[in-house]
Design a protein around this ligand. Structure first.
Ligand SMILES: C[S@@+](CC[C@H](N)C(=O)[O-])C[C@H]1O[C@@H](n2cnc3c(N)ncnc32)[C@H](O)[C@@H]1O
Length: 280
């Protein structure tokens, strides 16, 4: 199999899976993701373009630790939401995220994955025959279009609290596209819903400068539209979310991977105001 029509921004999901597969191979890994290797093996054609020659080294050096930290951090975030009683999970721009298969979800957890059609077609071919550990629904859609209609049409319940995950997406959206997406997330969020995403951390300008100075990364850089940038936390607060930020360097230390460079991309969790929720 090849990755066929997977192109443009969706190819970035294959680079992320490659970084997760490398972590899975470590004895001191911070998470287990055997599916990442399966995606990588089946995506050799694209992978050669994404990580071939010096490109893989650049990707690993600039984003390897970040992807590992965020995978573990979001695993912990989602499992804490489930433990607190949340049974509805929506992963926007799921890419090759295999959490539906690899995390121990409570019974009756409904998990929706949204991404572009070609990427999800490739993903489903690789996952054929594997059994998810949650009630999984895959929704092929462009998140700049009317995805809330597709989500509600697929059984999403807007009166139930949701744990939203927006991992590795916002930077690929313009400020207007990012605020439209987050407005829709807010409209669909019952009180007590939660969301998690990346947040620009200390030294993010240096990271941008390094990426700009790395020719192998110029293809990715050309797709970045910035999202809400440094305005994100304030925007969410103004839109009725109680926001908490999580410094990447502190997380790296907590997970035993001390590295001052980890603070350049940090994380944000938020709870929809209206009901007290514990364990954010
Ligand atoms: C860097 S990857 C991250 C994937 C996944 N969240 C992860 O961390 O492994 C970016 C993902 O965003 C998806 N994406 C980008 N723009 C999108 C859009 N307009 N609609 C749907 N998905 C989009 C891509 O297809 C790709 O899977």
């Amino acid at each position: 199999m090849t990755t066929g029509n997977v192109s443009g921004v969706s190819r970035t999901a294959i680079g992320v899976a490659w970084l997760r597969a490398k972590e899975h191979a470590r004895l001191d890994r911070l998470f287990e993701d055997p599916y990442a290797g399966a995606f990588v093996r089946r995506a050799r054609d694209t992978l050669a373009r994404e990580t071939g020659s010096s490109r893989g080294g650049a990707l690993g050096e600039l984003f390897g630790l970040h992807v590992v930290l965020r995978t573990r951090f979001y695993d912990d975030y989602l499992l804490a939401a489930a433990e607190a009683g949340c049974r509805q999970v929506v992963i926007l721009a799921a890419g090759l995220d295999a959490r539906a298969f690899r995390l121990a979800w409570p019974a009756h957890t409904r998990l929706f994955e949204l991404d572009l059609p070609d990427l999800l077609e490739f993903k489903e071919q690789v996952l054929a025959g594997h059994t998810p550990r949650a009630e999984r629904t895959v929704i092929p859609v462009d998140l700049r279009e009317d995805w809330p209609a597709a989500l509600t049409g697929a059984g999403f319940r807007r009166d139930e609290p949701t744990a939203w995950l927006i991992e590795g997406l916002l930077v690929y959206l313009s400020p207007d596209e990012a605020s439209a997406l987050l407005t829709a997330v807010g409209d669909l969020s019952a009180p007590g819903s939660r969301l998690a995403c990346e947040h620009r951390g200390k030294g993010s300008e240096q990271l941008l400068a390094k990426v700009a100075a790395t020719p192998e990364m110029h293809g990715v850089l050309a797709m970045w539209k910035g999202g809400l940038g440094t305005e994100l936390a304030g925007w969410l607060t103004g839109a009725g979310w109680r926001v908490r930020t999580h410094d990447g360097e502190a997380l790296a230390a907590r997970y035993g991977r001390d590295d001052p460079g980890a603070s350049t991309i940090s994380f944000l969790t938020a709870v929809r105001e209206g009901q007290e929720t514990h364990g954010q």
